[in-house]
Design a protein around this ligand. Structure first.
Ligand SMILES: Nc1ncnc2c1ncn2[C@@H]1O[C@H](COP(=O)(O)OP(=O)(O)OP(=O)(O)O)[C@@H](O)[C@H]1O
Ligand SMILES: [Mg+2]
Length: 511
């Protein structure tokens, strides 16, 4: 038996599947693609998460595109985090290329050009379905983690949520949250202290500063109504293909805090909403995070812990998470150790540090009698990658240097006209893009404060009148002066819009 024949059998045996699967490409041996040595990933294992890594320009994003298309075709919805804005082309068919045909001939799968059903979403006011969540949905625990506050401050945030809950004050956006925080140490100080204990101004001050920092990253656009129902990510089109949801995040690259906030809230919401999955043999939703280092950059330890545990938990809901990044070390160990599929594109050995990283990466792959892993990591071509997956029984498959198939859709982006046409077709835009600012904590507290102030002002005016009556028997000149004061007081008090100002005037007068 020739070496190639033995290798073909080794791959076919190792990647054998009974259930549904998707094909990534064909394995290579001695620098040649072995036709029909197909590297197949069982759909059943896709909730075991994965990593797509490699140096810049080696084909990570195209691998993501290939996986997304193949999932869609199998009726599995997909969510893509499009940080660079280079994924919209999935909605258009590939124009084809002789090089693509050549690639597919080597692999042994005929090339077909196809477009895929795409929904564009956005976190900001860019085009697409607006993604939003309310502060109350976010909850005090997650919010505290994201704001990276101290335990005492986290306690205050919990009190604020509890107070709003007890008093039916909806916490929708950051404006509401800031208002209640201010209220808790000013007008509402006594009321809150009575029921929930003392709240220090220094602590609320620190929390407020952290909220402002988050707002500066554009979070005010994200918090509010109408909140996105994550079930809308799991739609199937009329032809039974999974919808590919693309969140355009081009304007978020320099806002890592907002990005991780959003990611975590989305995952938490999915975890909280999706039913526990039985053994359906296929994922409910697969999420790809391109440029994933951005989530972990600037994430506090608390946030990192939260991400690690949600990655672990979300599997049981049939959700697979795929991190796409240049270096595997961009992903924290606690997450890395949970990943079932690894697609490693070429690494470049420019510096001593690079060489060390390559050695480390190689050591993390199963040993193969067919490859020198370290050597192959630097010699892989564009659109080729070292693949290690899990078989249906959850065992690691043999290591395979793989010639990856080309995307069936366009590798370039949509033009403006095409994008507009796509947005026009959207069924979700009419559902989510209307701005709502219903009565919430901000308005309700303002009302409450105004009522309290009016009551106080009335009492103060009464007191002032009594004082004036008592002193009416005093000298003429003094009498004239007090009567002028009285007029001023009454004038201010009768004008409802000046109630806030009235207190100031009264304070001065009564001194
Ligand atoms: N599977 C593939 N089939 C055909 N061509 C490919 C494939 N993968 C990559 N290419 C070619 O390589 C180019 C770069 O790929 P890609 O954009 O995926 O790189 P990347 O690793 O995501 O780079 P970056 O780190 O800069 O984002 C593509 O534009 C395409 O021409
Ligand atoms: Mg890329």
């Amino acid at each position: 038996m020739s070496d190639n024949q033995a290798f073909l059998e080794h791959i076919n045996e190792g990647y054998k599947t009974k259930g549904d699967f998707l094909t990534m490409g064909a394995a290579m041996y001695n620098g040649e693609t072995v036709t029909d040595a197909h590297v197949k990933i069982p759909l059943k294992t896709l909730n075991r998460h994965g990593l797509i890594a490699g140096a810049t320009g080696t084909g990570k994003t195209k691998t993501l595109q290939v996986l997304a298309e193949n999932l869609s075709e199998q009726g599995i919805p997909v969510l893509l985090m499009d940080i660079k804005g280079d994924l919209s082309g999935i909605a258009a068919a590939s124009p084809g290329h002789p090089k693509i045909d050549e690639r597919h001939e080597k692999i042994g799968i005929p090339f077909e050009a196809k477009d895929f059903p795409v929904e564009i979403l956005s976190l900001s006011d860019q085009d697409g379905v607006r993604l939003r969540a309310t502060v109350s949905e976010f909850g005090p625990v997650l919010l505290s983690r994201i704001l990276d506050v101290t335990t005492t401050q986290a306690g205050i945030i919990s009190i604020i949520f509890k107070y709003c809950d007890d008093n039916k004050l909806p916490l929708l956006d950051l404006k509401d949250l800031k208002k209640v925080l201010q209220f808790s140490t000013q007008e509402g100080k006594k009321e809150l202290e009575k029921d929930y204990g003392r709240i220090s101004t220094a602590s609320t001050g620190s929390i407020l500063r952290k909220i402002v920092e988050l707002e500066q990253q554009g979070a005010d656009l994200f918090f509010g109504e109408k909140s996105f129902e994550v079930q809308d990510l799991c739609r199937i089109d009329e032809n039974g293909r999974g919808i590919i949801n693309i969140i355009r995040l081009t304007d978020i690259q320099d806002k890592p805090k907002l990005f991780s906030t959003f990611m975590l809230s989305l995952l938490a919401e999915i975890y909280g909403t999706f039913p526990e999955q039985g053994d359906s043999g296929r994922p409910e939703l697969v999420i790809f995070l391109d440029e994933a280092h951005l989530i972990f950059k600037e994430a506090s330890n608390a946030l990192m812990g939260q991400i690690e545990s949600i990655v672990k938990l979300i599997r049981s809901k049939g959700v697979g998470l795929y991190f796409v990044t240049q270096n595997p070390t961009d992903v924290p160990d606690g997450v890395l150790s949970q990943l079932g599929l690894k697609v490693q594109h070429a690494l470049r050995a420019f510096t001593a540090k690079d060489r060390k990283a390559i050695k480390l990466t190689a050591e993390n792959y199963p040993i193969s009698e067919y490859y020198d892993t370290k050597e192959i990591l630097t010699s892989l071509g564009i659109g080729e990658a070292l693949v290690s997956a899990l078989d249906e029984k959850g065992r690691p498959t043999p290591l395979a240097a793989t010639m990856l198939r080309a995307p069936m859709s366009r590798m370039d982006i949509l033009n403006d006209g095409e994008l507009k046409a796509l947005l026009k077709k959207s069924k979700l835009i009419p559902k989510y893009n209307e701005e709502i600012d219903r009565e919430s904590a901000y308005e309700l507290l303002n009302e409450k404060i105004e009522k309290a102030e009016a009551k106080e002002a009335k009492a103060a005016a009464k007191k002032e009148r009594e004082k004036l009556n008592r002193s009416s028997s005093s000298s003429r000149s003094r009498g004239r002066r007090t009567s002028a004061t009285e007029k001023a007081v009454i004038k201010v008090l009768t004008s409802a819009t000046f109630i806030r100002g009235a207190l100031g005037v009264l304070n001065k007068l009564l001194k």
